[in-house]
Design a protein around this ligand. Structure first.
Ligand code: UDP
Length: 370
């Protein structure tokens, strides 16, 4: 791009406002890097909850957006239920307390951080209710969803809730919000989701921009190696055989029961492969404990950490498999490095991704799902 054209563009500013969750913040920061590289100025609005670190992205302007409830001293995002990562509570608070400044006439483009396939399923909720697939009944779990192949009923992207109507409302708003925008940017690419893109764009009738995977095009990656633990992980990976390590990580939000936690622990140990396991605070509902002597028994064969620089881990030559919850970012990151996945989806779009991963990569020997 010519210098003059670049300078003219710098005067044009893109304002971005991500949902304050890692799986949304990461791709939005990567996308900001792509915009900046193309010459735009970027401002990232964020809440004081889960705020990004501006010092790591000096090329962007960061602004904290304040909640708009007059007379309310406390940040509504600090409430217990939101902190406990009740997604419904988070979305409720975001809508009630942060929406006002956006009700202006600025052109709005939507970034969808999940797969197109999962949004096809979200958009089909009214039809799925009409046909009796939703709410899900236990005895139908293995039935195919004829209207959304290859999905089975158990793959539908629902979240367990006492109030399914609220879930349907949120999904409807999400779909309507995208349909009334100036366009939708997807963190995906045509060779991966061509049919789903064709299908959904007929229904949405706004321009689609499938310009992912963002992390491969962006100079602004959310995590760079910056602490002792990251270096210790690389040192440990360097000592392992090529393609031998099972990396187990279930993203930034998923919570599992104690029983599942122990099953994973024994599964990793009994695999007799070296493993790197991310056990972040909050992963286990209840008490996070490993059987007495578990770690001693494993010795150098296994490493448990609270967080890892996933992009670096997946790119390491010692990586052999990724045991994942199938969050969309993790899925894309794994595909990009050619790492086979073992799928344990927890909720929402992860179930859709798991089904597609298994179907698309069925020819790979080491892919499986529950
Ligand atoms: N991630 C990471 N280290 C970890 C776990 C996750 O860097 O130990 C990053 C991962 O690379 C991905 C994001 O956090 O970019 C998680 O997003 P994803 O959509 O996979 O799952 P979510 O957290 O939204 O469930």
């Amino acid at each position: 791009m010519r210098k003059k054209e670049m300078e003219e563009r710098r005067e044009r500013r893109i304002i971005m406002f991500p949902l304050p969750l890692t799986g949304h913040l990461n791709p939005m920061i990567e996308l900001a890097g792509i915009f900046h590289h193309r010459g735009f100025s970027v401002t990232i609005l964020h809440t004081s909850f889960n705020s990004p670190d501006p010092s790591r992205h000096p090329r962007f302007t960061f602004r904290t957006i304040h909640h708009n409830k007059e007379g309310e001293e406390q940040d509504p995002l600090s409430q217990q239920e939101v902190r406990a990562m009740d997604l419904f509570a988070l979305i409720r608070v975001m809508k009630q307390s942060y929406a006002e400044p956006f009700q202006v006439g600025v052109p709005r483009v939507v970034l969808r951080t999940t797969s197109v396939a999962s949004v096809c399923a979200f958009a089909a909720f009214p039809l799925l209710r009409e046909k009796g697939y939703l709410p899900i009944q236990d005895y139908t779990l293995d039935d195919p969803v004829i209207e959304l192949p290859p999905l089975k009923v158990k793959d539908l992207p629902v979240i367990e809730t006492k109030d399914p109507e609220e879930l349907y409302r949120i999904m409807k708003d999400m779909v309507e919000g995208a349909k009334s925008s100036s366009g939708v940017i997807w963190n995906t690419f045509e060779d991966l989701e061509r049919l789903q893109l064709i299908d959904l764009s007929r229904n949405f009738q706004v321009p689609f921009f499938p310009i992912g995977p963002f992390h491969k095009y962006s100079e602004d990656l959310p995590s760079t190696k910056n602490n002792k633990e990251d270096y210790a992980i690389t040192d440990w990976l360097d000592k392992q055989e090529p393609k031998s390590v099972v990396y187990a990580s279930f993203g930034s939000l998923a919570a599992i029961e104690e029983k599942e936690f122990l099953e994973i622990a024994w599964g990793l140990r009994n695999s007799e492969q070296p493993f790197l396991w991310v056990v972040r605070p909050g992963l286990v509902r209840g008490v996070e404990w490993l059987p007495c002597g578990f770690m001693e028994n494993i010795g150098q064969k296994g490493k448990i950490v609270k967080w890892a620089n996933q992009l670096e881990v997946l790119a390491h030559p010692s990586l052999g498999a990724f045991w994942t919850h199938c969050g969309w970012n993790s899925t894309l990151e794994s595909i990009c490095e050619g790492i086979p996945m073992i799928c344990t989806p927890c909720f929402t779009d992860q179930r859709v991704s798991a089904r597609y991963i298994v179907r698309c990569m069925a020819s790979w020997d080491n892919v499986g799902t529950k």
